[in-house]
Every structure is written in structure tokens, then in C-alpha cells.
Design a protein around this ligand. Structure first.
Ligand SMILES: Cc1ncc(COP(=O)(O)O)c(C=O)c1O
Length: 280
């Protein structure tokens, strides 16, 4: 049976979906998105995702006022695709809509809403053994706080990582570590956790927020300051976190081992607490 997707108010088979070639998502990457993970049939931190989506829409000046219907839409998608018993993900994309291609907003326009469900299992190999990452210059724009579908710099960096047998590229802007191409980045030194502060230079990651809550409860001191790239060599532990990455230990960065090359104790503590919180 063909996969069912949601497009502009209808649940339809994916192979019947029609989107205009003049959709501004296609022409200008003029849109925003969210990815939500479902654990045992329940969405993880749904309100946080909804709040971030609202903010992305506001900042992008896209009018969409049916946010309160999304949870039911996602639920139907999971049911129709028999994903309720699995770890599943929902991808939601809202573009400004389609009209004649002009850069400024066309007068008549209504957003294109697309959502799809997919199996989203945790990667226990990476979670258990840790991963390699590379560093890459952060060539993105100055509104990385908007979850925009305009992801070419992220795509290029992620591919560069893959070519070097790494799973993520960690961006460096003006000598300061910002975040990963599709994850947030944190590091540990002498029992203190460091991560870039919330600003226009990073996405306000929901997993990052959960991790900082765990640190607070576990009395792990937090310093929200950009880490100088030159300081990376002095870090005892590093982790990439995100809806898909969950809490993944970093054991190698470029060609250098992190600590002793094994996931560190603070990372493992956070990872354990993170998975506990997904069961609540
Ligand atoms: C650039 C970037 N930073 C951080 C994250 C992590 O955000 P979240 O924890 O909300 O998934 C993502 C996730 O896709 C991302 O693309």
C-alpha cells in the first residue's frame, strides 16, 4: 500500500501528491519545518516543537493559523502508516505557498502544508560507541535561529563529513564553535558543560534544552558561552544532540581523539537521563 502523506488539508497517497513548480519552497526555499519524534506512540516535547514552529513562522512572516490541528494530523498520519507501535518521526514543512515567481510576497498566497511520517529508530551503535565529527566553516546566514528549509550550507557540510567517514560537521564561525549541521553541540571540561548561547547564530534546539535541564537537575555546571575552536583540543567530552541524534557521544573530531576515545561519564549520565525522560 502506498505511503499516506498530508498535503493541504488532505491525507493522500504519496505518489498522488501534486505541488506546483511555482511553490515558493521549490523556487526560493521560502519555508520552515519541524521534525518531531514519537516514543511509544507519544510525541516528545510537542509543545516545545509547536512553540518553535510558531516563532519560525512569525519570523518568516508566513501566515498559518491552524497550529492547533497539527497534533491530530500527525496522529492520523502515524495511524494510517502503521507507525504507532514503532519509534516514529513526523516531518512537517510549511512554505509560503505558490504564485507567480516574484521575490517579494505575492498579494494572493496561502501556505503549502506538507507532513509525512517515517520510522525513526535510535542508532544504538552510534549512541553506544560514539561517533566521529569534523569541523567546518559556518557559512550560513545570520538567522540560524529560524528553522528554515534553506539548508544548502548544512547539506554541503554534512556531505563533507560523510566523505570523511564522520557523521556530523561542527560549524565554526569567527573562531567560535556554533552547532552541528543538523544537531546542537556541547562539550565538557573539568565537569563543566559548555555550549553556545541561544542567539541568531544557532537553532534553539529542543534536545539542547532538555540536556541543559538534565544538567541543572544533576548539578552539572553549565556555561552558555561560545567555545573557541582552539579550546576543542582541551575538552574531555563532546556530544551532539538533536531529535534524530538524541544524545550521541563524540569520540573523534577531525583526526584527534576526544578524551580517551570512549564516551565519557558525563555524556553517559546525560544520555541515560535523556532516555528516561522520553518514557515519561
Ligand atoms: C542546525 C540544527 N541545530 C540543532 C538541531 C537540534 O534541534 P532539535 O533538538 O530541536 O532537534 C537541529 C535539528 O535538526 C539542526 O538542524
Amino acid at each position: 500500500m502506498a505511503e499516506t502523506i498530508y498535503l493541504d488539508g488532505k491525507f493522500i497517497p504519496k505518489n498522488k501528491a501534486l505541488i506546483s513548480p511555482e511553490d515558493r519552497g521549490f523556487n526560493f526555499a521560502d519555508g520552515v519545518y519541524e521534525v518531531v519524534k514519537y516514543y511509544r506512540g507519544k510525541p516528545f516535547r510537542f509543545e516545545d516543537h509547536l512553540d518553535r514552529l510558531k516563532r519560525s513562522l512569525l519570523e518568516a512572516r508566513i501566515d498559518f493559523d491552524e497550529l492547533d490541528q497539527l497534533e491530530a494530523v500527525f496522529q492520523t498520519l502515524l495511524e494510517q502508516n502503521k507507525l504507532t507501535d514503532h519509534e516514529a518521526g513526523i516531518y512537517l514543512q510549511i512554505t509560503r505557498g505558490s504564485n507567480t515567481r516574484i521575490h517579494s510576497f505575492p498579494e494572493k498566497i496561502s501556505p503549502t502544508i506538507y507532513a509525512t511520517g517515517f520510522p525513526f529508530p535510535s542508532n544504538w551503535d552510534q549512541l553506544g560507541n560514539g561517533v566521529k565529527v569534523i569541523t567546518a566553516e559556518d557559512i550560513r546566514w545570520l538567522r540560524c535561529d529560524i528553522k528554515s528549509i534553506s539548508l544548502l550550507p548544512n547539506v554541503l557540510a554534512a556531505e563533507k563529513a560523510r566523505e570523511q567517514d564522520a557523521v556530523e560537521a561542527i560549524f565554526i564561525r569567527n573562531g567560535i564553535v556554533t552547532e552541528g549541521s543538523h544537531s546542537s553541540f556541547l562539550a565538557v571540561r573539568n565537569g563543566v558543560i559548555y555550549t553556545h548561547p541561544i542567539s541568531n547564530l544557532i537553532l534553539p534546539g529542543i534536545t539542547r534544552k532538555v540536556v541543559l535541564e538534565i544538567c541543572k537537575e544533576g548539578n552539572i555546571p553549565i556555561v552558555e558561552e561560545g567555545i573557541p575552536a582552539l579550546e576543542l583540543q582541551n575538552m574531555d567530552e563532546m556530544l551532539i544532540v538533536g531529535t534524530g541524534s538524541e544524545v550521541t557521544p563524540v569520540v573523534k573530531i577531525d583526526d584527534k581523539l576526544v578524551g580517551n576515545g570512549k564516551p565519557g561519564p558525563i555524556t553517559l549520565f546525560i544520555q541515560e537521563k535523556f532516555f528516561e525522560s522520553t518514557l515519561l
